[in-house]
Design a protein around this ligand. Structure first.
Ligand code: FES
Length: 362
């Protein structure tokens, strides 16, 4: 199981009015554990007063950057306890509790590939998209990349300097299209507004050099945008699912997200003996299938289980089912292949057999 480690900040610099760019130094003895794939995220832990807070932030840099530090971007949210602290109080040299990188928002690159990658990002959703596109450009000399990046205004464009430098460095292989939603765009109305299926359709029409069906897409931004764009690509443009990759920051806010789904209502009402394996130790507790999820019950019992979002988004609470069966309410993090291999998000799981055994040591 992954554990938290104390890392020191080596850079804390404002990126825009409401975003801070933070780099963490990785000491020699933790280099192996903090080796990451492009598009992964870090989970940070803070204690303010009696309360513990955990938040996940995508890594901005790419393994081929050859940068010994790991960088994240944190957007200040209204009433966001952690994001406000990081934006307003964090200093260079401060120590933060961080879990090693996790996440699946990446594809594997190979130098012989000749592919097209299209990044679709809105606001702070740029972090994992940029990380992926950079790695693609470094690793695959024959591949090309396009970035469609929407922000409120030109002044709000996150990492604009770095992105423009990258476009210069990879001239001919990287094309950037900025969209702005709250001001006029000098290149016309097509580039004004948010990234929507209609907007993307019009842009793809204007840019026949992007092979829409053959490209691989990385999408990150508000959940509504992710849902609409991924549906449009898969259904209207017939892009194979494996080429449409997306990363949610939060669970989609829709009817699938209702208090209790019909599928959950339909599971049997039973008492289960749940056993968890955590760092080679076994812990057991009784749990009614209709009550707490497995993670919540483990936390009530003070077990050292890993978690962050508790919303089925981050996959920090991932475990593998060794015995019995569980019902998973939501899953915005695990791949189909992982689900087939018995991996589950314990923050979303309820037992559906009398005996259930899961391991976090995966
Ligand atoms: S804690 Fe994030 S998916 Fe379970």
């Amino acid at each position: 199981m992954q554990h938290f480690h104390t890392l020191k900040t080596s850079k804390v610099s404002p990126e825009t009015n409401d975003c801070i760019h933070i780099a963490f130094e990785i000491p020699e003895n933790l280099r192996h554990e903090f080796a990451y794939k492009q598009g992964q995220y870090l989970t940070l832990k803070f204690n303010f007063g009696e309360e513990e807070y955990r938040r996940s932030y995508s890594i901005v840099n790419a393994p081929s950057d050859k940068n010994a530090a790991i960088e994240i971007l944190v957007k200040r949210l209204e009433n966001g306890v952690v994001s406000t602290y990081l934006n307003q109080k964090l200093k260079v040299g401060d120590e933060v509790e961080i879990m090693p990188p996790m996440g699946h928002f990446f594809t594997n690159y190979h130098p012989s590939n000749t592919k097209t990658y299209v990044g679709l990002a809105a606001g702070s959703g740029i972090s994992p998209v940029l990380s992926n596109l950079k790695e693609a450009l470094f690793q695959e000399p024959k591949s090309t990349a396009y970035l469609l990046f929407s922000n409120r205004s030109f002044q709000d464009i996150i990492f604009k300097k770095e992105i423009d430098e990258l476009a210069h460095q990879f001239e001919g292989r990287l094309k950037i299209i900025y969209l702005v939603s709250r001001e006029k765009h000098h290149e016309g109305e097509l580039f004004e507004g948010r990234i929507s299926p209609e907007k993307l359709d019009a842009i793809l029409d204007q840019m026949p050099e992007i092979p829409a069906t053959e490209s691989t897409y990385f999408i990150c931004g508000p959940s509504e945008m992710i849902k609409d764009i991924s549906n449009y690509l898969k259904k209207d443009k017939k892009v194979p699912s494996l080429q449409v990759m997306y990363e949610y920051f939060a669970a989609p806010d829709d009817e699938d997200n209702a208090e209790m789904s019909d599928e959950f209502k339909a599971i049997p009402n039973l008492e289960s003996m749940v056993t968890l394996i955590i760092d080679d130790d076994e812990y057991s507790f009784h749990l009614n299938s209709k009550k707490n999820n497995i993670l919540d019950q483990a936390l009530v019992d003070n077990l050292p289980v890993p978690f962050a979002c508790k919303g089925g988004v981050c996959c920090t609470c991932k475990a593998q089912v060794l015995e019995g069966e569980v019902f998973m309410e939501k899953n915005y993090a695990l791949t189909d292949d992982e689900v087939e291999r018995g991996f589950v998000l314990t923050c979303q799981c309820h037992p559906t057999t009398n005996i259930v055994m899961l391991t976090y040591d995966v």
